[in-house]
Design a protein around this ligand. Structure first.
Ligand code: PAF
Length: 281
């Protein structure tokens, strides 16, 4: 695996593949890789000749009081995991390479509406930071396709919307959430949980499962949400939001909607965990 922090190296290598007619898949990450990320690489390798991964803890998507400084950085272990998984090229740019003029003078990508609610409302500017860096990384790598985890359900929709709105010739592929045996969705932020919190964290997925079942059995969305919220609080969570939305566009549910998603964000100790569950009613 070639590892580089230089944009020109990425362009040269990807061009060399393109000249030979070979396809390129891209997996953007912030590092501290777990099985969820490796599943993205595995899936990408099934569909493309070469897989490019980026590791960049993007300062633009963190709020002032968020965990940018504390975000886990484990480059040596990440590199080994990517070599083992079969990635061909790893891009590890510095913030100066991505934002040479600094964050304040950077051109931004705003994805309206979908980027403004749920996590966008709780973390103002977050999706502007995500869309901007993903757009920059797409322009640097110029992949045929890019892979993102379904766990970040809203992020995936923001990126799909950006790609459609800006007519980017990139196929965006969502990949299933990988979970711990307890049901807890894998996330780099799980590392903030104490051993006891990690056990209690399984309550998030359990609450989503129970909520979907109750709605399918005829309970109203409002009542099902109240019960799920109570179970989260009992497990030690401080819920941020817990909502049922239309799964194709994340709009509020109307009476005709059949394909739904429960999206949730909740704090447990130092971690802000997110999860989601799609289901039909
Ligand atoms: O999901 C992530 O790890 C990040 O939001 C992403 C897509 C790599 C952009 O920084």
């Amino acid at each position: 695996m070639i590892t580089t922090a230089a944009i020109s190296d990425i362009r040269d290598q990807v061009n060399a593949w393109r000249i030979k007619g070979e396809t390129v898949a891209f997996v953007p990450t912030m590092g501290n890789l777990h099985q969820g990320h490796i599943t993205l690489v595995n899936r990408a390798l099934k569909q493309a000749d070469h897989v490019v991964v980026s590791i960049f803890v993007n300062p633009l998507q963190f709020g002032k009081n968020e965990d940018l400084g504390a975000y886990p950085r484990t480059l040596a272990a990440d590199k080994q995991a990517l070599v083992d998984a079969g990635a061909a090229l790893l891009f590890t740019p510095t913030p100066e390479t991505i934002y040479p003029k600094g964050l304040d003078k950077q051109t931004f990508i705003e994805v309206p509406e979908i980027g403004d609610e749920l996590c966008g409302a709780s973390r103002p500017g977050h999706f502007r930071g995500v869309a901007t860096v993903v757009n920059k990384l797409f322009n640097i790598v110029q992949p045929d396709m890019a892979f993102f985890g379904n766990k970040d359900f809203q992020q995936l929709l923001v990126i799909k919307t950006m790609v459609a709105d800006l007519s980017l010739p990139i196929n965006i592929i969502g990949v299933e959430t990988i979970r711990e045996p307890s049901g807890l969705a894998m996330s780099s932020r799980n590392g903030y949980l104490t051993a006891e919190e990690k056990i209690n964290a399984a309550a998030l997925k359990q609450a989503l499962d129970q909520m979907a079942l109750s709605i399918q059995q005829g309970e109203s969305i409002i009542e099902a949400s109240q019960h799920a919220t109570a179970s989260l609080i009992e497990a030690g969570f401080t819920p941020d939001y817990l909502e049922v939305r239309n799964s194709s566009n994340l709009q509020p549910v109307n009476a005709e909607d059949k394909s739904l998603v429960i999206v949730a964000a909740a704090y447990l100790g130092k971690a802000r965990l997110i999860d989601n569950l799609t289901f039909d009613r």
